[in-house]
Ligand binder design. Structure first.
Ligand SMILES: Cc1cc2nc3c(=O)[nH]c(=O)nc-3n(C[C@H](O)[C@H](O)[C@H](O)COP(=O)(O)OP(=O)(O)OC[C@H]3O[C@@H](n4cnc5c(N)ncnc54)[C@H](O)[C@@H]3O)c2cc1C
Length: 539
């Protein structure tokens, strides 16, 4: 029988993503002995945040002020509540929203700046809302260096910390159980990935920082929201392969309250990852807004016509209502080069590598390298020199004859005619393009009324999109100290949950919809709340 490995520290942190990393940094400042356990390998330190775009929602920042954006906590609060659609029972989520907005400057902006994280000088305006009002002003602050730069800065701070020797990290350690004694959580246990050997870790308290559940497509399907009908046959995975809810179950087994698992932030425009690192690995395309969004047979979805940047949940809802629950976007090369992007650090090389010249070049001239790479390596992107050829390729890809060439001809001709006749007000997509181009952060990345059949902008491109699983909006319920609450609303002694594991605070800080950039921000906030509580012996 294999020997039981034993570790001990003042605090045990399960998970080395942004939330776990924040807790570790703060506890080292107080010279705590920390054991961090992570199922993943060392090179993936930082979890999903390392792969992320690095956009963070903050309110009233110097960056906003320099751009003349007038924001306020009360305006952001109104927007958040509108978008979230909370129920009257969502007491802890609503308290966390207030905490987020009141503390975004000292606890996110300044905390990161003190750790050598800088922000790009233009704030993005995402999730403006469509039927439900969203962000009234731009608030999405891009970290210079994307999520990769964010994590590299924080990991450097950790490795160079004067109390670094107080931290021991065990990689490839999967935690499955939380251990208790006399009603207090005393540690956790699990198995080492490489050899299956058991281990236990003991401490005064345990912090669950193990991410959400959206890395398990089974869990995603099981918890699929009834408003979206049945889950699609194909769902791509854009989450963490180990974000499968081990510790959600662990917390539940000892009485923790897990809430709102059917609230998720999935994306409508997923394509297959050209170099997959897990089954069904997908990328989230930032869908070009000058492209036409079509259903399985080539019919334009809407009105209102689908467009990114307004309400991601609405896009998911509409696509899931379509037969077959996947969709197409049709555009030309010029639109793709100017507007197409992929969310995350991996495919935004210039900004991820802090290459200012390359970044400005991408903004001014578009990102032809990205489009060419996708054309070459991603099976879901098709190129043709005529509509008939494109439709033939679309049907070949789907191995059926569902896309109707005459339908696609009609849709494109109608749209192009409206542009030719400057009948912008007759089409809600064109109206919204006008609106977008009024903001300078969007103008640079949006074509000026680009007809699809413009031969100078050829070839034509079609992209097939599947729903992509990304973030869990629900999770382990916590109070404002990030203490895990039991089903009867009392803190479970010695147990904390932070980041996506905690539904980013209170078991569901976002409600049904996220204003975006709130995920990274709330990993830091929940992490700080837990560490402050731990050092003040509040558990
Ligand atoms: C491509 C991409 C782009 C994104 N862009 C943005 C953005 O611009 N803005 C934004 O706000 N958010 C963004 N996000 C979301 C954001 O990155 C995540 O929600 C956030 O980083 C989650 O952090 P976390 O620490 O809670 O969890 P994770 O990063 O998931 O880390 C959890 C850690 O726990 C470990 N773990 C899991 N289970 C166990 C177990 N049983 N035992 C031991 N260890 C375990 C995992 O290995 C992992 O290291 C993006 C995400 C992706 C993938």
């Amino acid at each position: 029988m294999s020997k039981l490995k034993k570790y001990s520290g003042d605090t045990i942190i399960i998970g080395g993503g942004l939330a776990g990393l924040t807790v570790a940094l703060e506890l080292l400042d107080h010279n705590q002995r920390i054991v961090m356990l992570d199922r993943d390998e060392h090179q993936n330190f930082g979890g999903l945040a390392r792969e992320s775009f690095g956009g963070i929602l903050m309110v009233n920042t110097p960056v906003q002020k320099r751009m003349g954006i007038r924001d306020s906590i009360s305006l952001a609060h109104k927007d958040w509540l509108s978008f979230a659609g909370f129920s009257s029972n969502d007491i802890w989520p609503k308290r966390w929203v207030e905490r987020y907005l009141e503390r975004s400057i000292p606890d996110i902006y300044e905390w990161l700046r003190q750790r050598h994280v800088n922000f790009f000088p233009v704030v993005h305006w995402v999730e403006r809302g469509y039927h439900v009002p969203g962000n009234s002003v731009p608030r999405f602050h891009m970290v210079w260096g994307t999520g990769k730069g964010l994590i590299e800065s924080l990991v450097q701070c950790l490795l160079n910390h004067p109390n670094r020797n107080q931290l021991t990290i065990y990689w490839q350690h999967r935690v499955t159980e939380l251990d208790t004694q006399n009603g207090h959580v005393t540690g956790c246990s699990g198995q080492i990935e490489t050899n299956g050997e058991p281990f236990v870790a003991q401490g005064d308290c345990v912090v669950i920082a193990s991410g959400g559940i959206n890395g398990s497509l089974d869990q995603v399907r099981k918890n699929w929201h009834p408003e979206w009908g049945a889950p699609p046959k194909t769902i791509l995975n854009g989450s963490h392969k180990y974000a499968i809810g081990d510790l959600h179950k662990g917390a539940e087994r000892i009485g923790g309250n897990v809430t709102h698992l059917n609230l998720m932030w999935n994306y409508a425009a997923g394509v297959s990852h050209p170099a997959p690192r897990m089954p069904f690995h997908g990328l989230s395309v930032v869908p070009p807004r000058s492209a036409l969004w079509l259903n399985y047979q080539g019919e334009r979805i809407g009105p209102p016509h689908l467009m990114a940047g307004f309400d991601t949940r609405y896009l998911i809802q509409q696509i899931c209502r379509q037969p077959y629950q996947y969709s197409w976007q049709v555009m030309n090369y010029k639109i793709a080069v100017k507007e197409l992007a992929i969310s995350g650090s991996e495919h935004n090389k210039a900004i991820a590598n802090k290459d200012l010249f390359g970044f400005l070049k991408d903004i001014l001239l578009g990102n032809a390298d990205l489009v060419d790479h996708l054309i070459e390596d991603c099976p879901d992107i098709l190129v043709a020199n005529s509509i008939d050829e494109l439709v033939e390729k679309m049907n070949r890809l789907e191995k059926n004859h569902l896309v109707k060439a005459d339908m696609v001809h009609k849709v494109i001709t109608n749209y192009d005619k409206k542009i030719e006749n400057k009948a912008f007000d007759s089409d809600d997509q064109l109206k919204r393009l006008q609106q977008l181009r009024k903001y300078r952060g969007d103008r640079a990345r949006t074509c000026q009324f680009q007809p699809i059949m413009d031969k100078h902008a050829f070839p034509l491109i079609a992209m097939r999109y599947y729903v992509l699983s990304r973030k869990s909006l629900g999770g382990i319920q916590t109070d404002l100290h990030s203490r895990v609450l039991s089903t009867d609303g009392k803190p479970l002694s010695g147990l904390y949950a932070v980041g996506e594991a905690s539904g980013f605070g209170g078991g569901g800080i976002h409600g049904k919809r996220a204003l975006e950039g709130t995920f990274l921000g709330s990993c830091i906030l929940t992490g700080l709340a837990a560490s402050r509580s731990i050092v003040s012996n509040f558990f």
